[in-house]
Design a protein around this ligand. Sequence first.
Ligand code: GDR
Length: 328
Amino acid sequence: MKKALITGITGQDGRHLAELLHSKGYTVFGMVKGQNNPRAEQIRTDFPYIELISGDLADVLSLGTAIEFAQPDEVYNLGAVTYVAFSFSQAELTANTTGLGVLRMLEAIRMVGGQQNNPIRFYQASSSEMFGMVRETPQTELTPFHPRSPYGCAKVFGHNVTVNYRESYGLYACSGILFNHEGPWRGLEFVTRKISSAVARIGLGLQDSVALGNLDAKRDWGFAGDYVKAMWMMMQQDQADDFVVATGISHSVREFLDLAFAEVGIDDWSRHVVLDPSMLRPAEVDVLVGDASKAARELGWKPEVDFPQLVKMMVRHDLAVESAKLSK
Ligand code: GDR
């Protein structure tokens, strides 16, 4: 039976990945930071099969201890400061966790080592935010990076150091350059879930409006449940490599609003959306669209949930959540 250690277990992707690996018979360890972390309690309740280990990407000794304890075959590094807007206000923290955290984990893996004929494999959660002000469209594994936020800069470091440790030490270290991926478990600070949750409440008459920033931003939005499959596939290859994971289709925040409001029977949403200048970022990523043909060709991966299905899934989930609260 294989063992996996996941950092960022309390986030959306950590949950999906844990579910996938558990269904494949893995023993799943999840790393959680902090004292009395309430999100860890939630994981204990929702996923009793996950064994939680204390550790922090800012503390290399804790990473070494976690790896020594779990003795994993595979380490998935999903932990990071992940909210791009937040990274502008806490840039140093972001660089330390999202950037240097990757280096620390790679060093911890090198220190502990793993068995000679079964070395520990490493997955780095790289991001389409590395492309930022894009140099070409669609973006591939070979598109140069031009990050537009402290988050994007930290992810570029994490990506480059993963490639460097693969080349320098022969580690099985791969990166998934994942474009935006969403779903019912997405945090409420991200635009899709912020919208689906607000639309559900507006549809049920619980609130009037939602305050948003740049409605013209375009993203290549896929379903997180599809994307964690690509992570696992990358870890099962003969040789480690880097892959773009995307749907190949970009939509604006406005289009997301169109479909989300339509789900609760509202065609003209203009009076329900307020523009909030504080949600605008000092530097924005205008349009992202990924070319995942390498992942299709070499991994056999393709997305299964399309954009309308994704929006519907999220709004329906939030309608159920809000209705359940009402009936309590
Ligand atoms: P992003 O996701 O920054 O692309 O990074 P987010 O959902 O935060 O923003 C997407 C776009 O929507 C615009 N926007 C708003 N965003 C938020 N959060 N809240 C708003 O009110 C709002 N109004 C408009 C943003 O300006 C932006 O253009 C996500 C994260 O998960 C990263 O960690 C990950 O690496 C990338 O996706 C791939």
